[in-house]
Design a protein around this ligand. Structure first.
Ligand SMILES: *Cc1c(COP(=O)(O)O)cnc(C)c1O
Length: 220
């Protein structure tokens, strides 16, 4: 398993304008360092404790992205340095992000997670819940909503995956031209993982979150 080689191949294959988040959850710091050595600076983690521990030892120019389910009581741990939270799935969480961001005098960048997959285990707002949320968003001066994130159903049915990504893209465009009209910040459509990122890119993704393809299978 040559992590550096995989990073280079992947980067070379991504169209311009598509950002690679290297999902390093459950992998040791040595693996991240190898990816860093190959030029990777954006890493995604799904547990606050693990992210904080890795951030302490990795170089300070790494951009840390939080991609997993986030408990409100963990926001304070990542608020001082997190670059982007992909997984906002409730108004309550958004309000906690606002509170912690204010405390640290930062503006925190977030994505709204949208549930389009068939599995109930996945998180996020339905498209309608998302529309309702953004229409009545309270004043959150320390939060910047930069786009949406979603996952397709884990299936071999490419038609279904494409349809779900298409739904996400359509919602992204809709929000951009309505609730977030005139905002340059609302620009990120985060979709696509190891097994479906080429399809996600074809359906308009501009940020892919790839773990297994780079680092190999995770040991939980
Ligand atoms: C783990 C994870 C990924 C990466 O998945 P791979 O299949 O290993 O590429 C992407 N996004 C989210 C939200 C994840 O939890």
């Amino acid at each position: 398993m040559d992590i550096a080689q995989h990073i280079k191949e992947l980067k070379a294959s991504l169209p311009e304008g598509v950002t690679l988040v290297a999902v390093s959850k459950f992998h040791p710091v040595e693996a991240l360092q190898e990816a860093y050595g190959a030029g990777q600076r954006i890493f995604g983690e799904s547990r606050a404790q693990e992210l904080v521990a890795k951030a302490k030892v990795m170089p300070s120019d790494v951009e840390w992205h939080f991609i997993g389910p986030l408990q409100s009581n963990k926001v304070k741990d990542i608020a001082p340095f997190i670059h982007l939270i992909h997984s906002i799935d409730s108004l309550k969480l958004l309000q906690e992000v606002e509170k912690q961001a204010a405390k640290h005098e930062r503006i925190l960048r977030v994505l709204l997670e949208i549930h389009v997959a068939k599995e109930d285990t996945k998180h996020g707002f339905t498209p309608d819940e998302c529309r309702a949320l953004v229409q009545q968003l309270p004043d959150l001066p320390h939060v910047r909503i930069c786009g949406i994130m979603g996952m397709a159903t884990l299936t071999d049915d490419e038609t279904q995956i494409a349809r779900e990504f298409h739904t996400l893209h359509a919602l992204f465009e809709e929000l951009k031209s309505t609730a977030f009209q005139g905002s340059n910040d609302f620009s990120i459509l985060s979709m696509g993982m190891s097994h479906d990122y080429p399809l996600a890119i074809r359906e308009g993704s501009n940020m892919v979150r790839v773990g297994t393809y780079i680092f190999g299978e995770r040991e939980y």
